[in-house]
Design a protein around this ligand. Structure first.
Ligand code: CTP
Length: 411
């Protein structure tokens, strides 16, 4: 991709980085092993610290084996202190990660306690600290834990998760350790440093996928949008450090790491969720929203015996892109729409730009083979200043290029 719109970010060298990984005591400790494997595979050195409670759940042998390093366990272990004191240990890495971060470790760190190796390291380190909490839902929701977490965030620690879901203890709710892939992605981003996060501190709203407009409780009108381009853009924006809310119609795609996802069905729900996600610095409207909905969806299932095919009357759906473009002070500084066209692509896109009141239209010619529902995209970037034609590329590459352009525009 030669043109100026497609500068790839400088390849970030993280392969010579080191992570000090503190493994706390909880059922989720086994996921720290998978995280260790992912980091090592990416060329990141892992120096493990296992708390006494952590050692009840995973063994030093498996942790040390996967890390390819000695496992540090005890503050007062003279051999350890001979090899590397806790102060030096706390600074021997580029990042300290606590996975899982238990209520106990969180409380110690929030209050500056230093009664064991893990908490002493957290107090002595001068490196960024990332914590992935995991605990029972009631414990997580307890005011004491929430207070400690708020304190740690105020102190500049980064929290990843916890996720919501069913837990080992049989309860349901927030408290589950974030998936190893998500913690891995957060660590890699943190290791890459601020230059790789030009959108840090910026908020982004992305809509993606089709909408589903009900006819009756079991039927509805939808379209073939896969949601892939929108999800890829949400992921690329988050990868550059943005805080991303992804409002998704019904699609079968995993939530990109670090992205807040809100699932909706209808255009009206998508509009409400999008408005609730404001203010944002940028809005990217990729969803294939149904232009029409059935005027009054039937409350009960339509039966074919009852007098032949039903007459459906349609009413127009709200235009989410136009509505957000017209939002007063809460309007995102940059509003980006998409346009799928079959002919006169640039002219149609430019007309859409003024009709919808947005700043950019990213247009593609859907008659090109392999674009609609496919893996690749070939786009025109239409702005008020002019038009750029981008080379055909895989959708995730197009997404990264769009995210970089957004970062430039917001800089
Ligand atoms: N869009 C939206 N809400 C709608 C319809 C469209 O937010 N109810 C957004 C899409 O997400 C996309 C852009 O508007 O970013 C273009 O949508 P499109 O349906 O192509 O535009 P229309 O105005 O419907 O133009 P036409 O159907 O004439 O091509």
């Amino acid at each position: 991709m030669g043109h100026k719109g497609f500068r790839q970010g400088e390849a970030t060298q993280v392969s010579d980085k080191r992570v000090l990984l503190i493994v706390g005591g909880g059922i989720a400790a086994y996921k720290a092993l998978e995280l260790t494997r992912l980091l090592r595979k990416a060329g990141v050195a892992v120096r493990p610290v296992l708390t006494r409670a952590g050692a009840e759940f995973v063994t030093p042998l498996s942790l040390g084996g996967l890390a390819g390093d000695k496992v540090y366990q005890d503050l007062f272990d003279l051999t350890d202190e001979a090899e590397m004191g806790h102060i030096q240990l706390s600074r021997s890495a580029d990042l300290v990660a606590v996975v899982p971060a238990t209520a106990d470790l969180i409380a110690k760190a929030a209050n500056g306690l230093a009664g064991d190796l893990a908490s002493t390291i957290l107090l002595a380190t001068d490196k960024p600290v990332l914590m992935a909490p995991a605990m029972n839902v009631r414990m997580w929701q307890h005011p004491a834990v929430q207070r400690n977490v708020a304190q740690l965030k105020a102190d500049g620690l980064q929290m990843v998760g916890p996720d919501e879901g069913s837990m080992a203890c049989g309860e349901f709710g927030p408290g589950r350790l974030a998936e190893p892939e998500v913690i891995f992605a957060a660590i890699m981003t943190a290791l890459a440093g601020p230059a790789a996060r030009p959108l840090a501190g910026k908020r982004a709203l992305v809509t993606a996928g089709p909408t589903f407009e009900p006819i009756d409780p079991v039927r509805g009108i939808t379209n073939r949008s896969s949601g892939r381009q929108g999800f890829a853009i949400a992921e690329a924006l988050a990868g550059l450090g943005a805080e991303v809310t992804l409002v998704a119609g019904p699609v079968f795609l995993p939530t990109p790491p670090g992205v807040t996802r809100i699932d909706v069905e209808t255009a009206r729900q998508m509009l409400a969720a999008s408005q609730a996600a404001l203010p944002a610095d940028v809005g990217v409207f990729v969803a294939a929203v149904a232009d029409w909905r059935v005027d009054e969806a039937f409350g009960t299932k339509l039966k074919k015996e009852k007098g032949g095919p039903p007459a459906l009357t349609f009413v127009e759906n709200p235009d989410i892109l136009a509505a957000v473009s017209a939002t007063g002070p809460a309007r995102p500084r940059l509003v980006v729409g998409f346009a799928a066209e079959t002919n006169d692509v640039e002219a149609h896109a430019r007309a859409k730009l003024s009709r919808k009141g947005c700043d950019w239209i990213i247009a593609n010619d859907v008659t090109e083979p392999g674009v609609m529902g496919g893996d690749e995209n070939s786009v025109l970037l239409v702005t008020r200043q002019g038009t750029e034609r981008w080379d055909r590329a895989p959708k995730d590459e197009v997404a990264r290029a769009i995210a970089l352009r957004i970062a430039e525009a917001l800089a």
